[in-house]
Design a protein around this ligand. Structure first.
Ligand code: NAP
Length: 247
């Protein structure tokens, strides 16, 4: 185990039950990290655990609804108690919400999208920042979307939430510039997952790249060798984007 690049590193992965989060959890564990896997679907987490163990890795399962913000504080306390530090935070879980004109969006949908895509990530940062600071190379990575910039018609709550997430992570990156923490955003582009199928039901999924294609790049962003902060890694173009102030 010790020859693996992420050996002995502790990683929190949200949305680990399927899609991008599941592929990332497997890849991080495959490189030696101990994965703390969060999602609501306990059965899917248990299947993930089995797969990680079969490959010789280790995981801790945390079945939780990310809208239970106090549970995220308790998570911080539990990680502090057991490991005293956190090396990797992958804020991946996300909710598409309703595809509808902003004039028709229901308040509960709006609130749920903001809670999972924005507030939960803020609460995770707030709860886990002391533990990331206790690491020699804390890596915080959050999954955004091109929707944050395109502001596509009918994707209102999702676009707004991802724009807010980007502002949150860039602010955190500026606040941790003088620490070993590196905070990055990741735009996966269209990938073959349940969320994409819900957003684009007419699309042929076999034309899309898979979460597994992305996962090795997540490992790269999570590694101590990664040096960039406050930027977006754009998977479709394999480029680093630096958001610019308007002239
Ligand atoms: P997905 O297959 O729908 O998976 C979403 C994950 O988030 C699941 O593991 C789900 O777990 C978890 N989750 C949702 N609500 C939760 C809650 N209240 N509490 C705890 N966990 C919750 O989606 P995906 O495509 O992998 O998306 C992952 C991320 O990539 C999202 O942030 C998404 O916005 C972003 N993204 C995806 C694409 C794409 O084409 N797929 C493109 C751009 C951005 P449970 O249901 O088990 O709780």
């Amino acid at each position: 185990m010790t020859d693996k690049p992420l050996a002995n590193r502790i990683a929190v992965v949200t949305g680990a039950s399927r899609g991008i989060g599941r592929a990332a959890a497997l890849a991080l564990a495959g490189q030696g990290a101990h994965v703390i896997a969060l999602a609501r679907t306990q059965g899917a987490l248990e299947e993930l655990d089995d797969e990680i163990r079969r490959a010789g890795g280790a995981a801790t399962l945390v079945p939780v609804d990310l809208k239970d913000f106090d549970a995220l504080d308790r998570l911080g306390a539990a990680i502090h108690e057991r490991w005293g530090r956190l090396d990797i935070l992958l804020g991946n879980a996300g909710l598409l919400g309703e595809i509808a004109p902003v004039t028709h969006v229901d308040q509960p949908v709006w609130d749920a999208v903001m809670a999972v895509n924005v507030t939960a990530n803020w609460r995770l940062i707030r709860s886990l920042d002391p533990l990331l600071r206790a690491s020699d190379a804390g890596r915080a990575i959050f999954v955004t979307s091109g929707a944050a910039h395109k502001c596509t018609a009918y994707w209102g709550p999702y676009s707004v939430s991802k724009a807010a997430l980007e502002a949150l992570v860039r602010t955190y990156a500026n606040e941790t510039l003088n620490t070993p923490i590196r905070a990055m955003l990741l735009n996966p582009g269209p990938l073959r997952t349940n969320m994409r199928r819900a957003a684009m039901p007419g699309e042929d999924p076999t034309t899309l790249r898979t979460p597994e294609d992305l996962a090795l790049h997540i490992v790269r962003l999570a590694s101590p060798a990664w040096t960039e902060t406050g930027k977006i890694y754009d998977f479709p173009t394999d480029r680093l984007l630096t958001p610019q102030m308007p002239a």
